[in-house]
Design a protein around this ligand. Structure first.
Ligand code: AMP
Length: 301
């Protein structure tokens, strides 16, 4: 595995692969790698000749007062994990390389970045401007055939797909299922912020989604399914930042089931961590694309 810290060097390395007729897959991450990230790297390994993984804690996607400074960083551990999962090129640029002092360009997707995590009551749309700007830079520097993202960040997936389509970037966006802890909690680098009690509380988030999913499978409409999830959270003493049903692509609100899949998305603050989770329900199949799993014993922490 080669470690590269400079976009020119990354471009050179990718061009060399291209000359040999190789395909290229990119997995963008912020490090603190866990099984969720590794599932993306393994998928990229299966589908491409050259696997590029980026590790960059992107200051532009953290708002003031958010956890940029506290965000877990451990390069050595991440490099080992990335290598073992099949990474060929690890791209870990410094912030000063990504954003020189006179950096002046922003890539922004309107509309669907202003709801859910992008609403003013949540992280705000500035978060997604940070995401689209950095992902655009990473896609330009690595020029991959495919880029890998997790369904865990459902809104990010919708935003990136829109950016790639709107800007004719010609990269295939591959979306991988949510990897969960045994008790159902979606894996996240931010789970490391939770103490034992908070970690137990956090398991109610996926449980709430599972209850909503079960209601839908029994034939319930969107409103009652959301109410059922909301009750689970309330009983656990958790109040969601949002708990909403939306179109998975446009992120427009959806009130009633018809033939289209519906994204059920939740964000909840648990202690110092802001956690998100979701599932997509497909009315035609009367089930979710990826079921929220039943709890299997305790957590792994
Ligand atoms: P992050 O390092 O949190 O920015 O995440 C990097 C990529 O890993 C994003 O595409 C995430 O959606 C994905 N990811 C994070 N957690 C999970 C998970 N539990 N399951 C699947 N993908 C994940």
């Amino acid at each position: 595995m080669r470690i590269i810290r400079d976009p020119t060097e990354l471009r050179r390395q990718v061009a060399e692969s291209r000359r040999r007729g190789e395909s290229v897959g990119l997995v963008p991450t912020m490090g603190a790698l866990h099984e969720g990230h590794l599932s993306l790297i393994r998928a990229a390994r299966d589908e491409n000749d050259l696997v590029v993984v980026s590790i960059f804690v992107n200051p532009k996607q953290f708002g003031p007062g958010e956890d940029f400074d506290a965000y877990p960083r451990d390069e050595e551990r991440d490099f080992e994990f990335a290598k073992d999962a099949g990474t060929d090129v690890l791209y870990a640029p410094d912030a000063s390389v990504m954003y020189p002092e006179d950096f002046a360009t922003t890539v922004a997707v309107a509309g669907l970045t202003e709801v859910l995590c992008g609403s003013p009551q949540s992280r705000g749309s500035g978060h997604f401007r940070g995401v689209t700007t950095v992902v655009c830079k990473l896609l330009i520097a690595s020029a991959p055939d495919r880029a890998y993202f997790g369904q865990k960040d459902a809104q990010q997936v919708a935003v990136i797909k829109r950016m790639v389509r709107d800007l004719d970037m010609g990269v295939e966006i591959r979306v991988m299922p949510i990897v969960r802890e045994p008790d159902g909690l979606a894996m996240s680098s931010r789970n490391a912020y939770l103490d034992v009690e908070q970690r137990k509380l956090a398991s109610h988030i996926s449980r709430a989604l599972r209850v909503a999913e079960q209601e839908l499978e029994k034939g319930a409409e969107i409103g009652p399914a959301l109410d059922a999830a909301s009750n689970v959270l309330a009983e656990a003493g958790l109040s969601p930042e949002y708990l909403e049903a939306r179109d998975p692509d446009s992120l427009e609100p959806v009130d009633h089931l018809d033939r289209r899949p519906v994204l059920f998305a939740v964000a909840v603050g648990v202690g110092p961590a802001r956690l998100i989770d979701n599932f997509i329900f497909d009315p035609l199949r009367q089930r979710s694309a990826q079921k929220v799993p039943a709890m299997q014993g305790g957590s792994t922490r």
